[in-house]
Structures are given as C-alpha cells and as structure tokens.
Write a new protein. Structure first.
Length: 337
C-alpha cells in the first residue's frame, strides 16, 4: 500500500505550457487509494528491468538522486517530488511531448519480513478521454459530456525498487505514449538502461542469433529459406526446452557444422562490439524473455504473391525442386487437421 502520494501538473515548456507544483500530499479515501494502487501497479506487465546510469557519477542522475533521498528520509518526499517534476519539465525538448499529471508515490510494505522492499512510483498521465455524466433530475435524466483520465492503460510509468542502490537500483519502466519521441521518458528524463541479467542475456542471445541466420548465414553459405526456417525453429525450441544456455551446447545441437559455428562466434563478437553489449556464454534462460522474443522468430517462406509456407517442425518433410513449370516445394504429411 502506498504511504505517500502527490500530483503535479507538468506542461511542455516548448509549447509555452507551465509547471504547477502541489504544496501538499493527496489525502485519499480507502476506496480511491485501492483503485489507484491497482491502476499504478497493474501497468507493469514485462519482466524486463532497468537501472539508472550516468555519464559521470550516479549521483549526477537527477531522478536517481531524488529517489535515493526519499528512500533515506521519507520526510523529504514533498521536496524531492518537486525536484523530479522540475526535471521532467526541463526534459521536454520536443513539441510533440504532451503535458499531463505527474503522480509520485511511495509504496511502503507493512510486513516485518526481512526481504521486504519499498518502492517509489513515478506515473505520468497524458491522454484525456471523453465520457458522459448522467444525473437523475425529477422524472428524467441530465446528460453532459466531460473529459478525464481513463484507467485502462497508463501513458508513462516507472517503479523503482529500493535495492541494488550502488548499481543504479532496479526499475520497471513503461512508455505507452511516445508521441514521436522515444527518448523523452527512458533517456532524457529517467536516463536508464536495461539491466545485465538473465532476461537481457536471453533476449540478446536470441536476437543476435536471428540476425545471424537471416542476414549473415546466406552470405557465407548456400542455404535455402527452408534451411533458415529450420535453424530458427531449432533455436527457439532449444531456449524453450533448456533451463540454462551454454554456447558450446547450443552450437553443437542447433548449428552443428563446425564452419557455421565459427562463423556465428565471429558474428556474435562483432555484434557485441557494434552494440556495446556483452552476451554471456552461460546464463540461466529467462522464460519470459523467450516468450516475448519468439514473436520475431517467424519461420515463413514467401513464394511470390501466391503462397506462404509456415514451417513449425520437421525439415525433412519439405523438399524443394524445379521442373518445366518452375520451382516448387513438396510437403509430406500424415493427416490433415
């Protein structure tokens, strides 16, 4: 349950809008508090996590500095919430960024468990929705149009957990309304990067492999679209079936050919240098990351504008050939379903 909550109005300074700071915390009835808590915390669906960073020292990251002060002394909540709102106001450098209400919330666990973790939430509501107000009047009803904040999906949110302070805390971050500016919330305001954890390594390993199969492999080896689809299916099944990733095991079971293995290792090294990331050769596999990333592993062969072949399994049941009518694929199956 949250113990403190305040709201500020943060406009877009580029468009001449103002910053309005509350001087008092909100006092909410129990029903409203529960409604808002469900709304705020229900915004975070992904297990992807982030941490604050700075180009110099972490303390120079404004949001990191403010939440650190609040975690240390909750009496500073009002003052630091104003600093966060001021920083967000200054972060807007794009006229397309919408102004909105900024809620800052301190969640304190009431249990005595030693592993309890307090949290600070930063939530920005930008979009307004129209709704109808219907009021009874004598023997009929009055109806009027109004606007307010919908409770279906939050626009921007960040939840900071009070652990791993020395490495920039642990954050969950959401931006559902980028307004043509993908850097405003993640980079200009929060200045966060994805944490170097099992979710990150699983996601990156899958994506570097997909890039290799679809881009690099056809340049170095003679492979058909069916072969590429087979490689993609084998890789995603490997990640679904294993609890831990080991590069040697993956290379042996999925890639097989020694020349292909060497080619992939070189591609992975170049990828890490270009993207400035380090993908471990052994790590626990994140089931959530596999589930999210597999949508990009579409094993589809597109034949002109006439047919699509979706390949889900046995490569041996698919043959390619050519006759006087043109190129063809022959598919073998046991029964129609």
């Amino acid at each position: 349950m949250f113990s403190k909550i305040i709201v500020h109005r943060v406009g877009n300074k580029i468009n001449g809008e103002s910053l309005t700071l509350s001087q008092e915390e909100l006092k909410l009835e129990e029903g409203m508090a529960e409604l808002l808590e469900d709304y705020f915390l229900g915004s975070f669906k992904s297990e992807e996590t982030f941490n604050f960073y700075s180009d110099t020292y972490l303390v120079n990251n404004p949001v990191y500095s403010s939440v650190s002060e609040i975690f240390e002394d909750k009496a500073k909540f009002l003052w630091e919430s104003e600093n966060i709102a001021k920083h967000l106001f200054e972060a807007a450098e794009n006229p397309r960024v919408q102004g909105g209400e900024l809620f800052i919330v301190l969640f304190e666990e009431e249990s005595d468990r030693p592993d309890k973790v307090d949290k600070i939430g930063i939530f920005k509501m930008e979009k307004r929705e129209s709704f109808l107000k219907i009021s009874p009047r004598e023997e009929t009803f009055d109806i009027e149009k109004d606007q307010g904040i919908g409770l279906s999906k939050i626009d921007k949110a960040a939840l900071i957990y009070n652990n791993n302070k020395e490495t920039g805390y642990v954050l969950s971050v959401v931006d559902n309304n980028k307004n043509g500016d993908m850097y405003y919330w993640f980079e200009d305001f929060l200045k966060v990067k994805q944490r170097d954890d099992e979710y990150f390594h699983t996601q990156e390993a899958l994506m570097v492999y997909k890039d290799y199969i679809t881009k690099q492999l056809p340049q170095e080896f003679e492979v058909s679209k069916a072969d590429q689809a087979d490689f993609l299916n084998k890789s995603i099944n490997f990640f679904k079936e294993k609890e831990e990733f080991k590069l040697d095991e993956f290379a042996s079971e999925v890639l097989g050919d020694q020349h292909v293995i060497e080619s992939f290792v070189n591609f992975k090294t170049d990828y890490e240098q270009d993207m400035q990331v380090n993908i471990a050769e052994e790590f626990p596999i994140s089931e959530a990351a596999v589930k999210k990333t597999q949508r990009h592993f579409k094993s589809i062969i597109k034949l002109d504008k006439n047919f699509h072949i979706y390949i889900h399994g046995d490569r041996q049941k698919l043959e390619m050939g050519e006759d006087d009518k043109g190129k063809y694929y022959r598919l073998y199956f046991d029964k129609e379903v």
